[in-house]
Structures are given as structure tokens and as C-alpha cells.
Design a protein around this ligand. Structure first.
Ligand code: AMP
Ligand code: TRP
Length: 343
């Protein structure tokens, strides 16, 4: 059976939205609006898998929503909402808990990184996080999922869960007229020069919301001065920029800045090296400051303005949640019938 193409993705409201979130995910969310129907979710239920402060969480939910809109997502043409307002996510996650295997979850590298050494003390929610993520996508029977490189393994798990559900209940699914399978196998969309933006202080570490050093990342809320300072202080090496891509091998910090420039400018790393190869880093950094300030400055300003307007943001999320629920509810009803619940 052919599934109607539908885009779904999510961002956690855990503070410090940064350039990695923007280039790895949100820029693609914006582009996909032209070609697809899109659903973008503020995944607040994922945000409570680690200790959190309630006052910060509610502010962060509004801030991510404001960032989506400030970056160019249209909440009228598409759907923007927060996960906890659509109960079907949690409901399908429970069914998927009974489909997914312990062995599959035990392989998840993000859990190992986030739980660290004290794994006994991690929440069950943190362990189960990828199952909820599969439910987020599949409760809409979404087919395409734009994400950064770090989410690839979770997307593979979502495909495994969809496949196993389709196999385990094949007869019941066919009897209800859903053909070969009820769930599509969602495709990750991981493309472009910045699918993994690295820390500005250490080219071997991912840029992350939780890094203790604010100089490791450019936040979407940073003003022009902060952006300029962070780019100027970004770690580099003493060599000039190479003219060819191969010259970036074993130079992670240089490769990262070239990737950031290319992604912000909508070009390729090759083109950036054609323009700046052979020149000094200081010249390239000055150009990167101008570019980053021009692209991110207006987004930060708009984001601040919008996130202060609680009435507007909350209305967007309520409306989005109503429209999301209208898609999720009939799918959940079908799942219940397929697995033998009375619905
Ligand atoms: P999160 O902040 O973990 O909810 O991530 C939201 C989106 O941003 C996901 O699609 C991630 O894959 C993406 N993302 C997070 N950090 C980075 C990074 N350093 N580089 C590229 N994409 C990222
Ligand atoms: N786990 C994702 C992240 O940390 C966020 C997320 C939750 C998500 N549910 C999703 C992304 C569904 C894509 C689709 O980045």
C-alpha cells in the first residue's frame, strides 16, 4: 500500500536552542513546507526523561514554539503543537513497548551517553525514549522525518517497530482492509553540509544544549555581539584554509566552521573552499561573523518577541494540538481494533 507523504519531526524543549538544532533540523523543516504537509512537535514528554524544573519547562515549550515560527514555519498551513496535549502519543507508546524488544533498546547509544556511568539511576523514561519517539512519528503514519545525524539510530528503531507491528498483526491488518501493512517505514531525511554541527571549543564533540561552556555553541537567542565573540573565539588550528575538501581531513575544527558557513549560506563546503581556500583563518572568521549575524540576528529578535506573547503562542499550540489529534485519533482507534482491544 502506498502511504500519503507526510513529514513529522520534533525538538525537545530543554533550553539553549542552538545552531546545531537550526542547521541540522529546523532549516530543513522550513524547506519541506514547500513540498509536503508537515507536523512539527515540541516534544515536552521527552523533556521530562531527565531531571527538570517545571518553570523552565513551560518557558522552554514557548521558546521552541517561538523559534519554529521565527525561523519561518507557518503554523496555519502546517501543524505546530506540543506532544503532551495529544494523549495518543503516550497511548501508542504503550502498545509499542509491547512490540519493541529489550535487545533493540539495549543497543541505543544515546541512552548510554545520557545515562553515563550511573545507569542504575537513569529513569525508565530515558531508556524508553526511542519507543515514544517511534510513537510520535507513527501515530500520524508519517513517512519522512528530517533530523540531525544523531537521531539516525532512533529512526532505524522506529522502522523496526513499524515492521514488527505490521508482521505480528498482518492477518488482522489485512482483514481490516489496510493491505500489506498499517504503518509506513518512516524515512530519515539527513542531508546537507551540517547534519552534525560540532562544539566551537572541541571539534570532536557535538554542539549540545547541555555543554557547560556557553562558548561551545551559538544559541538562537544570542545577539550580534555574542555571535561575533563566539565565532572569533572558536577553536581553530594554525594552518590556512585548504582549497580542497581532502585538506580538511584530521582538522575537525576547520571542517566544522566550513560546514557551518556552507549551511548558513546555502552552498557547499567545496564552494566555501573555492572562495576562502589559501586565505588566513581571521579573514574567513570575519566573513562567518557577518554571515551568522545576518542570518541569525533577526531570528533571535523575533523569537524573543514571540515567546513573550504567551496568549499568541498558547493559542498556536492549542490549535495545532486539536488538528494533530484529529489525525492521531482515528489511527489510534484502528491500532486498537487491529490488536484486539474494544474501541
Ligand atoms: P534535540 O535538541 O535533541 O531535541 O534535537 C532537535 C533536532 O536537532 C534533532 O533533529 C537533532 O538531530 C538536531 N540536532 C541536535 N544537535 C545537533 C547538532 N549538534 N548538529 C546537527 N543537528 C543537531
Ligand atoms: N529525539 C529527538 C531529538 O532529541 C526529538 C524527537 C522526539 C523527534 N520525537 C521525535 C524527532 C520524532 C523526530 C521525530 O532530537
Amino acid at each position: 500500500m502506498a502511504f500519503k507523504e507526510l513529514v513529522f519531526s520534533g525538538v525537545q524543549p530543554t533550553g539553549n536552542l542552538h545552531l546545531g538544532n537550526y542547521l541540522g533540523a529546523i532549516v530543513k523543516f522550513v524547506e519541506l513546507q514547500k513540498s509536503h504537509q508537515c507536523i512539527y512537535c515540541v516534544v515536552d514528554m521527552h523533556a521530562i526523561t531527565q531531571p527538570h524544573n517545571p518553570a523552565d519547562l513551560v518557558a522552554n515549550i514557548r521558546e521552541v514554539t517561538a523559534a519554529f515560527i521565527a525561523c519561518g514555519i507557518d503554523p496555519k498551513q502546517h501543524i505546530v503543537f506540543n506532544q503532551s496535549q495529544v494523549a495518543e502519543h503516550a497511548e501508542l507508546a504503550w502498545v509499542f513497548n509491547c512490540v519493541a524488544r529489550m535487545g533493540w533498546l539495549n543497543r541505543m547509544t544515546q541512552f548510554k551517553e545520557k545515562a553515563g556511568k550511573d545507569r542504575e539511576n537513569a529513569s525508565i523514561g530515558l531508556y524508553d525514549y526511542p519507543v515514544l519517539m517511534a510513537a510520535d512519528i507513527l501515530v500520524y503514519r508519517a513517512t519522512h522525518v528530517p533530523v540531525g545525524e544523531d537521531q539516525k539510530q532512533h529512526l532505524e528503531l522506529a522502522r523496526d517497530i513499524a515492521q514488527k507491528f505490521n508482521n505480528d498483526f498482518a492477518e488482522s491488518i489485512a482483514a481490516r482492509g489496510f493491505g500489506e501493512g498499517f504503518f509506513p517505514l518512516p524515512e530519515p531525511l539527513i542531508q546537507g553540509p551540517a547534519t552534525r554541527v560540532m562544539s566551537l571549543r572541541d571539534g570532536s564533540k557535538k554542539m549540545s544544549k547541555s555543554d557547560a561552556s556557553d562558548y561551545s555553541r551559538i544559541n538562537l537567542s544570542d545577539d550580534a555581539d555574542a555571535i561575533a565573540q563566539k565565532v572569533r573565539k572558536a577553536k581553530t588550528d594554525p594552518e590556512p584554509l585548504p582549497s580542497e575538501l581532502a585538506g580538511l581531513d584530521k582538522r575537525p575544527e576547520a571542517a566544522n566552521l566550513v560546514g557551518i558557513f556552507a549551511a548558513l549560506n546555502g552552498t557547499s563546503k567545496d564552494q566555501v573552499l573555492t572562495d576562502f581556500g589559501g586565505g588566513q583563518f581571521s579573514q574567513f572568521k570575519a566573513a562567518l561573523v557577518d554571515l551568522a549575524v545576518a542570518k541569525l540576528g533577526p531570528i533571535g529578535a523575533e523569537m524573543k518577541k514571540l515567546s513573550a506573547d504567551h496568549a499568541y503562542i498558547d493559542a498556536v499550540l492549542r490549535d495545532g494540538s486539536d488538528r494533530a489529534r484529529a489525525i492521531a485519533a482515528p489511527n489510534m482507534k484502528a491500532v486498537k481494533e487491529i490488536i484486539g482491544f474494544l474501541s
